[in-house]
Each structure stands twice: as C-alpha cells, then as structure tokens.
Design a protein around this ligand. Structure first.
Ligand SMILES: [Zn+2]
Length: 522
C-alpha cells in the first residue's frame, strides 16, 4: 500500500530562508531583513541577512522568500475528521453543548455521514488526506484532534502535520484529550486527575455554553481541585471572571474558539476578562460545521470580536496565541512556537514584507501562504519555492492552484499509510461518496462483505460525548438509514458564493461580523 521508504541520505537537507523574520521570542524580535538556517528538522540559526554563512551551509540553497517568516501555526482545538463538512445552518441560539446535537438535522447531516465515511477504509483515508492538506494550506503545522484505527489497533495518524496527541518526537510530551463532560462521579474524577498528572497538556471541553449547566462543569473541576497547570480548558465559555482568575492563578490554560461560540451560542468569552485575568490562551478552530475552516480565519474572527467588544487585543497577542502561547499551552515551548536557534523547524511564510508584521499574518488569506514547513520539510507552498526545497526526488510534490496562484503539496511521510493517496484523488473520492451517501454505503458493504477495515477514523465529537447517557445518544446515531442523501464536501479555502451564503444565513452572528469577514476575503 505504501510506496516504500526513500533511500537513507548521508546528510540531512540544509537550506536558508530569507525574508522578514517574526521570531515571537521573549523579546518579540522582528528582523526586517533576516534569515533562518535549517538543517534537518532543526533551526540552526536566526540572524540578520548579509553576513557570511557558516562553512557547513556554503552549498546550501539560499531562498529569498520575499515574505514574512513566522513559526508554524498551532491549532489546539479541532475535531479534524469532521472538517470535510460544510458550515451547518445553525437553526437557533443554544445555551450549552448538550442541546444542538439533538436537532433533527444533526444526525443525518453531521454525525451519520462521518460515521459512514469514517467507517470504510477508502473514505476514511481520503478524509485524513483532505483535512490535513486543508489545515496545512493555511499554515497550520500542529493540530490537536485526529485519531485513527489502523489495522485494528488504535493509533494516531502519522502524517504531514504534527499531532498534539502523538507527536512522534521524544522532545515533545504527548497531550491528551477528553471531549465528554465530567460529572460528579468518583471514579471518573480520579481518572481525570490521573490524566492531568500524566500529560503536559490535557485538553478538555470546559463549560461549553452560557448557562448554569456549563458553569457547573467548571465548578465540578474546581470543587475537586482539578484546575491544574496541564488543564487546557477548551472554550471555557461558561466561566465567570473569578473562574478565569483562578485558572490564571493555577496556570491552567484556555483554548478560545470564538467563531464556534458565536455560531452556536451567539456570544463568546469576554475578551477583557480573558486579558485582565492574564490566563494563557491559544486559539482553536473547533470544526468546520460550526467553526472556522482554518486558523487564518479564526484569527480574523478573534480580531473583529475583540473590536466589537471594545477591547484592545493587540495583533501581537493574537499571533502569539497561535504560536508562542499555543506552544506553552501544549507544554512544547522549549521546542516550538518561536523562531530561534535549536527549535524545531516549523515555519510559515506569508507573502509581503511591508506593514505591521502581526497584522500581515492576521490579514492573510490562503493565497498569501507562500510556504509551510513542518519538521524541516516543505509541505505546501508556492510552486517555485517548493521546487527549490524538493530534497526528496522519489516522491514529487502535487501541483495545486489557489485563486490562480500555482501551489504544490508534498504530503509523503515515512510510515504513513496514505502515501499512495494524493490530495486531488482524496477530494474526488469524497465528492463522489458525498454525492450519494446511501449508494456509497451499499457499494462499500458489497465490497467489504464483512472483512475488517484496515484504516478507520475514531470519532470524537459524537452525541455520546456530550449526552449524559449512552442510551440516549444511541437513538441519535446508530441508524445509518437516516443518513442524508447527499451533502457537499467543504471547499478547502475560505470564500465562494456558497460559503458566504451559509455565513449570511447564520442567525447567531452579528451582521457586522458577516460583512467584515467577507470583506477580509474580497
Ligand atoms: Zn469541540
């Protein structure tokens, strides 16, 4: 199935990237004309351009990116396998996360399609290939939330993007995740405490909602002394000011997903509380059915929302929330999140070197993503840059185009079970399956005839994760006969008339946000 490992090379690739360098280091240094020296998967030096290169870099390619260099973006909350789905027309304003999965449309259009597609190897593989590429093309180099089952054993996917739960790097302690609400159950509380103790970061949907139910989920944690440094409270929407103060005092963290909150609940965290509490926070997209397609979009939403609340949230702080501060949330701050010597080489290059360097990133669209490097490997970018960084001649990059700009993906990864599947092939397979889901199901069942599937997705945002009892959830999700006839594959980039119509139809979003967001992409 895989195309085999490439020949071992004698020396790791070395190269130099030139441009404006936004380090996000402790002094927030910006080098107007700087360069990054990369050897293998590490940054060797970050320095002003112009001086002589060290001897060992004499033959290395020097690439003038004509762009601004940032650390790769870190998305600390996503249910990636659902990111093939388009924005859901949220029907009303909800109060907490136990409510919206009960809507009559939810199972047929969200749960069951993913259950069906994730339950057969061809479509499960296509989903992972597609959604990973969708994150990479907007500069995300680390993501939280892809889980697969390969040949029977549960495993996290080894792919082109870093994975918080299974980083495959001894220097990066693995995080862990819990989607299900914690209730007042002694055994469950003990296992929660153990998880906090044994992980650098434990990602937990905390107080997702605006009512008493949501706030009680926070009180349950606080009452059992579970507000600890490794706690990463996803959403934390139901928390009050004093709760955020407590989170900050205990060095617990927050993962903020403003677009998801606004779409479902019509409100998000009070940014002034978040800032004055001083709690470390990062951003997360949540998922495409009720969230942003990627972090470049989420950054824009966060900026507009802070302005709407009348709070001055600096562009620098926002950029830190997807780089340096996100690395802190994951417990990876010594290795990632800044551009400096010895850190892992995850780099994002955005076109252009003028204007405020932080605004440049927040305002960027996918078209302006010039280069995305993960672990020293160029994974996506302008075709000309990708060609200069194509050290693996055995597995050529796949060409692609964003708004007339020629790009390319290089998705091959050692030991990945997806090496024979390209981005366009994955897209075509999903388009075809989603055009007639019941027919796709019949075809798969005929083909499989009871054989175990070699590659499956593990779903992590299903009704059983949010409802109190499994039996209640079962009624919503087990009957695949209720799956929608056809659904649409979510386009990989933000934009298009269809997308803006879906945004315009959202009842819980301010008109001003709808207009501002659309203008950002005009
Ligand atoms: Zn979530």
């Amino acid at each position: 199935m895989t195309t085999g490992a490439s020949q071992p090379t004698t020396a790791p690739p070395r190269y130099v990237l030139e441009g404006r360098v936004v380090t996000l280091n402790s002094h927030d240094e910006v080098l107007e004309r700087g360069r990054i020296l990369v050897r293998g998967n590490r940054i060797v030096a970050v320095e002003p351009s112009g001086g002589p290169l060290p001897e060992s870099f004499r033959d290395a390619p020097v690439i003038d990116t004509q762009g601004t260099l940032y650390p790769g973006l870190i998305d600390l909350h996503n249910h990636f396998v659902y990111d093939v789905l388009t924005l859901w027309r949220v029907p009303k304003r909800y109060l907490n996360r136990t409510q919206w999965p009960r809507h009559a449309e939810y199972a047929p259009r969200i749960s069951l399609p993913i259950r069906l597609l994730g339950g057969h190897a061809p479509s499960a593989r296509a989903i992972v290939r597609y959604i990973e590429a969708k994150a990479l093309l907007a500069g995300t180099t680390t993501g939280q939330g892809i889980r697969t089952r390969v040949s029977g054993g549960e495993a996290l996917f080894r792919g082109a993007m870093r994975n918080v739960e299974e980083p495959h790097d001894d220097h990066l302690p693995a995080g862990s995740t819990r989607v299900m609400d914690l209730h007042d159950d002694a055994e469950d509380i003990d296992s929660f405490r153990d998880a906090l103790k044994s992980h650098a970061a434990y990602f937990y949907h905390l107080g997702e909602g605006v009512d008493d139910y949501a706030h009680r989920r926070y009180l349950d944690l606080a009452g059992h002394d579970l507000i600890q440094p490794s706690l990463a409270g996803i959403h934390s929407l139901g928390l009050q000011r004093q709760d955020l103060d407590m989170m900050a005092a205990r060095d617990a963290k927050v993962v903020w997903s403003p677009f998801s909150n606004l779409l479902l609940y019509g409100q998000t965290l009070r940014v002034s509380d978040l800032l004055s509490a001083g709690v470390t926070f990062s951003l997360g997209c949540d998922w495409s059915p009720t969230g942003s397609k990627n972090l470049l979009q989420e950054l824009k939403v966060a900026r507009h929302e802070a302005a709407r609340q009348g709070v001055s949230l600096s562009s620098r702080a926002l950029v830190r929330s997807v780089t340096a501060d996100a690395a802190r949330v994951a417990g990876w701050q010594t290795e990632l999140g800044t551009l400096r010597a010895h850190s892992l080489a995850d780099v994002l290059v955005i076109a252009g070197t003028g204007g405020d360097p932080y605004d440049t990133l927040i305002s960027a669209t996918e078209k302006q993503v010039r280069l995305v490097i993960v672990d020293g490997v160029a994974r996506f970018g302008d075709r000309t840059l990708m060609e200069q960084l194509a050290f693996d001649r055995t597995h050529p990059a796949e060409p692609w185009t964003v708004d007339g700009t020629e790009k390319a993906f290089y998705l091959w990864a050692e030991e990945s079970p997806l090496n024979d599947l390209g981005f366009e092939a994955a897209r075509a397979l999903l388009d075809d399956a989603m055009a007639d889901l019941p027919d796709f199901r019949r075809r798969m069942e005929r083909m499989g005839a009871g054989a175990p599937e070699p590659f499956l997705l593990v779903l992590d945002n299903e009704p059983q994760d949010v409802f109190a009892t499994g039996s209640e959830a079962a009624a919503f999700i087990t009957d695949l006969n209720r799956v929608a006839g056809r659904i649409t594959l979510d386009a990989p980039t933000v934009g298009g008339e269809d997308y803006w119509e879906l945004v315009a139809a959202q009842p819980n979003l301010d008109d001003s946000l709808k207009q501002q967001l659309r203008a950002d992409y005009a």
